[in-house]
Structure formats: C-alpha cells, structure tokens
Ligand binder design. Structure first.
Ligand SMILES: *[C@@H]1O[C@H](CO)[C@@H](O)[C@H](O)[C@H]1NC(C)=O
Ligand SMILES: *[C@@H]1O[C@H](CO)[C@@H](O)[C@H](O)[C@H]1NC(C)=O
Ligand SMILES: *[C@@H]1O[C@H](CO)[C@@H](O)[C@H](O)[C@H]1NC(C)=O
Length: 375
C-alpha cells in the first residue's frame, strides 16, 4: 500500500516535471517568429498575382484584407522593391493586417522588432498590438537609405497565449498602396536592475530589442511610449521622433555591443527618471561618439538634469570614436529626469538621417564641494 502511494506521488512529480518542461519548450524563443521573414510561401492556388486570396495561405500567419506577397525584385512603377531578409515580404493594403498567435510567459515583457518600407502612400501608420496594448507607429520618415527601417515595440504578456497583430490603418485611394513588412522578430526583455552606486537603469543600452542580423540599419525606438513598456528598458523616447538602436556588428559603439544614435536633432530626446535626494550632488557621466557609419560633422549632445545642462561638442569623421563627458547637478526633487538630445540634424551623403551616439551613462552620488572643504 505504502509502495503504491509512493509510486503514485513519484508519477505526480514526473508529470509535473514533464508539464513544466513542456511549458518551457512551448514559450517562444528570441529571434524571428515562425515564418517571420515570410520565406515559406503560400500555395500558388492561394495567390492571384501578388494578392493573397485566403486567410491562412501564408504559413504560420493569418491575414485579413488586401495583403500581397511580394518577391524581392518586384517592380512597382519605376520602384524596384528589395527585401531585407531572404527573398519575400508582405505588403499590407488599406485596413489589412497580419497576425500570429504566440506562446509566451505570462507576466514577462517582450519586444517585437519588424522591418517596414513605405511604398506609394504619403502617410503610412501601422498599429502593432497584443491585447490590451497597442502602438501606432508612423512609417513616413525614411531613416535608412535602403527605404527599409526596423521598428521596436514592447508589450507585457497578460496571458500564456497572445496574438500579435500588425495592422495598416491607412485609407489610401489606391487600396494596394501600403507598407511592406518583413523580418518580424521577438525578444524577451529583462527588467534592468539598479546597482547600489549607479542610479541609471540599462546604462549601456545592452538590454533592448532584437536586431535582425541581416539588417545593417539598426532599430528605431519610437517616441511616446510609457517607460514600463519601452523596448529599451529603463529609457523613454520623448518628443516627436525616434532614436536609433545600434549594434556593434554593424556600427561602432563606445562600450559593450549596443548604443543609441540620436538621429532626429532636437525632435528626439532620450530620457530616464532617477531617484534622487533633494540637495544632494550627482554626476551624470556618459560617452558621446559617432557610429562609424559615415555621419560626419560638428555634433553637439546636450544633457539635462535638474537645473543643470551641458553641451558636449564632438567632431565626427564618420569613422567611429567617442569621448567621455560629465554633467554635475544638484537634485531639487526626489525624482530627476535625465535627458539627452542632439542639438543639430545630421545627414549622410545618401540623405539618410544620422547623428551622435550616446552610451555608457551613469549617475553617481558625489560629495558636494562644500562638504569636501569641511573634511
Ligand atoms: C502553443 O501552445 C499550444 C498549447 O497551449 C500548442 O498546441 C501549440 O502547438 C503551441 N504553439 C507553438 C508554436 O509552439
Ligand atoms: C543572412 O546573413 C547570413 C550571413 O551573412 C547569410 O548566410 C544568410 O543567407 C542571410 N539570410 C538571408 C535570409 O538573407
Ligand atoms: C489598434 O489596435 C488595437 C487592437 O486591435 C485596437 O484596440 C486599437 O483601438 C487600435 N488603435 C488605433 C489607433 O487604431
């Protein structure tokens, strides 16, 4: 009898273990989503020209509305469409969407990366959503010279199974006008922890969205996202325009493998709120450099905290490099907003937007000059 009970509980343990292993195995891995680069094709019978004729025609995806399956090299008017990842992409016409259901871990933050190219419409907007979160991302300014830009967006998983929807909210005269989408990927975000000395979270921008290995133009972090839902944990992009997340595989970064390029002048500001003690002195230390991407010129990065501000000049030869800078400030509240922005706009010779790089930032409490004198 005792033996039977024992073996019964052993089975229960085994079943539990098996369940948790299965659950772990089922949660999605970082990287491209299943058929995230659309290389698995619809059957020829599900296509009419480029138009996708049935809901489940593209493996792993569900489509609604006017969706086209586009092969790299496809010509539209005098525009040659080139695809960043593999040879295929999709195009979302007016009110069209693609969706995929993902197995995730409840309570965990994820960031979605996808690449999009504007085609013929003037003002294209994509609504990216995982219920109940959504973000409307404008796809109007080309930051890269290829016409493709990659975008990041983050969500908190409230369920074990969630549905990611990318929806073109456009209402163009030509229903076929709409952005191309490719390389849809996911990355688990780990909330950055504070160290005792440094008050800034994710100080080197090492924690952030997935960078699609075959893309060479970074990932845009869109503005106006609440900081707990930022694809760049700890940081917010204020103002109107995006900042660019860059990686050391394709760019020169001052420290580690990731950094941020301020590509939109004063229209984009990178900010973080830190806890401070009013009256205490602090030092914000950071690196200012260039991404080694041919962005040349006299640059200035401005940093703000409490009532203090500093302008850090940096002459970029476009070949990489950086200098260290410091902003000393006295806190006037329990929360201090630390902000970085680029004073000027910069463009590369191909016309794409670029700018100075910020990396390796820290806020440390320092002794004030008066207390030092007393010692
Ligand atoms: C997601 O989980 C369900 C069970 O909850 C399973 O049937 C399905 O195959 C999983 N999907 C993937 C892509 O792992
Ligand atoms: C991505 O880049 C790798 C390495 O450069 C290459 O081998 C691979 O074919 C590329 N993949 C696609 C889909 O273009
Ligand atoms: C975006 O999509 C979500 C989910 O479908 C929806 O709830 C939300 O209203 C949409 N927002 C806009 C501005 O279209």
């Amino acid at each position: 009898m005792a033996k039977k009970v024992l073996s019964g509980s052993a089975t229960a343990v085994a079943v539990l273990l098996l369940c948790s292993t299965l659950q772990l195995a089922a949660a999605i891995k970082d990287g491209l989503l299943p058929n995230g680069n659309f290389e698995e094709k619809p059957k020829a019978s599900d296509l009419k020209g480029t138009q996708v004729m049935s809901r489940y025609a593209i493996p792993s995806w569900e489509v609604t509305g006017f969706v086209e399956y586009i092969e790299s090299g496809h010509k539209q008017g005098d525009m040659l469409l080139v695809v960043p990842e593999g040879a295929y992409a999709v195009r979302l016409g007016n009110e069209a969407s693609i969706k995929q259901t993902l197995n995730v871990t409840k309570g965990v933050y994820y960031s979605i990366t996808f690449c999009a190219a504007r085609t013929c419409a003037q003002d294209e907007r994509l609504n990216v959503s995982v219920t109940p979160d959504f973000g409307v991302l404008p796809v109007q300014t080309a930051y890269s010279s290829t016409g493709w830009d990659c975008y990041a967006w983050a969500f908190l998983a409230l369920f074990e199974r969630v549905t990611l929807v990318i929806h073109n909210t456009g209402m163009e005269e030509d229903a076929a006008c709409g952005p191309l989408i490719d390389a849809v990927a996911i990355k688990t975000l780990f909330p950055p922890s504070l160290t005792k000395e440094n008050l800034l979270k994710n100080r080197g921008f090492e924690e952030g969205p997935y960078v699609v290995p075959n893309t060479t133009w970074g990932v845009l972090i869109p503005p106006n996202i609440e900081d707990d839902h930022s694809p760049l944990p700890g940081w917010m992009v204020e103002s109107l325009k995006a900042v660019k997340y860059i990686d050391s595989d394709h760019f020169s970064v001052p420290q580690g493998t990731r950094a941020v390029e301020l590509v939109a002048g004063k229209e984009s500001a990178l900010a973080q709120v830190v806890r401070t003690i009013p009256g205490k002195s602090y030092a914000l230390t950071f690196s200012v450099g260039d991404a080694g991407n041919g962005c040349e010129g006299s640059m200035v990065v401005e940093a703000f905290a409490a009532r203090s501000t500093v302008k850090v000049p940096y002459v970029s030869s476009g070949r990489g490099g950086y200098k260290r800078a410091v902003l000393r400030f006295v806190a006037i509240a329990e929360r201090t907003r630390v902000v970085f922005l680029s004073t000027y706009y910069h463009t590369k010779t191909d016309g794409s937007l670029c700018g100075p790089v910020v990396d390796d930032a820290s806020v440390l409490s320092v002794r004030s000059p008066t207390s030092r004198r007393r010692r």
